[in-house]
Design a protein around this ligand. Structure first.
Ligand code: SF4
Length: 359
């Protein structure tokens, strides 16, 4: 049924596939899956082959590494090489090309760059090496932000003077609003991201559905989760609805995680922010509040960098749903996972990476 992997329940997958085809008929629809993890699953399990050709899936801007601006990488490299800070980062970010160097290349030139699995590892390291400045690279959407907030709170409680966070944290709803308002890509419905929505709740999309008359369904990351979400969304689209539905209720609620929301509110404030390829979007990012300003790497260090995007990379258009990876002339030739040119080829949540590995 699919070209590469078996489903846990192939009979249910077949039923959902047939049900989606029956619902949409011949009508053309375009669905954006927002999350990079969902994109990965769609390519890996060849879900497009299970859908009618008139139902188009386009990848969205929900891969954290992909939307992190190139100047962020340049700042991290600067802090490591010029300020002698030890950089603690999630591994995905290591290979993202900066204007001159990636963090991996900076490491080869002597920078101290340590991959971690949790922000709290940076806290432990800062305690262990009080003579060194530790900088945690805090990127991501609302999913990862509570962990970063906790790191900052705990650093303040411990009165640590040698730890800071270089923050590039984004908010999903304003980014979706920018895509809808911009209108570059046809989007008839969204499969919204499961983990982000577990934090912010489906309530975060109520106004978008109403104001832009577009349906949204939150979906998980397993292939059956996604087929279920696409089925529910198809029904909404065919009916001309603007429902904000939940196909991932084992994890997501309407209210979201109130404790995590309170933590975000305490440590961060909303700001206009740039996403790679998408430009500055109103209210799309977070800044560290003044009360925790001591832990903001941008306040602690004077950072001087000059950045420019790699020639020929069309990550921005891919993240908007306007183009697909195969439209990029560098795809699979100059740009591969072993030698990435843009950020969308680095992380396994990036559309170019997933298309290279599974298409
Ligand atoms: Fe950018 Fe490479 Fe994707 Fe082209 S294939 S858009 S260069 S990441």
């Amino acid at each position: 049924m699919n070209g590469s992997k078996d489903f846990k329940d192939p009979v249910l997958a077949k039923k959902l596939s047939a049900a989606i085809a029956a619902v949409v008929g011949d009508a053309p629809f375009s669905i954006m899956e927002v999350c990079g993890g969902q994109t990965h699953t769609i390519y890996k399990y060849r879900l497009r082959e299970m859908l009618p050709p008139n139902l188009r899936l386009v990848s969205g801007p929900g891969c954290p590494v992909c939307v992190t601006p190139i100047d962020y990488i340049d700042k991290a490299v600067f802090l490591a090489l010029e300020k002698g800070a030890t950089i603690y980062t999630f591994g995905d970010l290591m290979r993202v090309p900066g204007t001159t160097l990636s963090l991996e290349q900076a490491q080869a030139e002597g920078a101290d760059v340590q991959p971690v699995y949790s922000p709290l590892q940076a806290l432990a390291a800062a305690r262990e090496f009080p003579g060194r400045q530790a900088v945690f690279l805090g990127i991501g959407f609302e999913t990862t932000l509570p962990g970063i907030g906790l790191l900052i709170k705990q650093a303040q409680e411990a009165d640590l003077g040698n730890l800071s966070v270089l923050l590039s944290a984004k908010r999903v709803p304003p980014v979706l609003e920018a895509l809808l308002a911009g209108g570059q890509a046809r989007i008839d419905g969204f499969v919204t991201p499961g983990h982000v929505t577990a934090i912010i709740g489906t309530k975060a999309y109520d106004a978008l559905c109403e104001n832009y008359h577009v349906p949204m369904v939150v979906g998980g990351f397993e292939p059956l989760d996604l087929l279920g979400a696409i089925h529910l969304l198809s029904k909404e689209m065919v009916a001309g609805g603007q429902g904000n539905r939940n196909a991932y209720s084992r994890v997501v609620s309407h209210a979201g995680n109130r404790k995590a929301q309170a933590l975000l509110e305490a440590v961060f404030e909303v700001k206009d922010d740039a996403l790679r390829g998408l430009g500055v979007i109103p209210r799309a990012g977070y800044a560290i509040r003044e009360a925790y300003g001591r832990y903001d790497a941008e306040r602690r260090f004077e950072i001087a960098t000059r950045s420019c995007e790699p020639d020929g990379c069309i990550c921005g258009e891919i993240l908007c749903g306007v183009k697909a990876p195969a439209d990029c002339p560098l795809f699979g030739t100059v740009c591969t996972p072993g030698s990435p040119v843009g950020s969308c080829m680095v992380s396994n949540e990036g559309a170019c990476n997933a298309a290279f590995l599974f298409d």
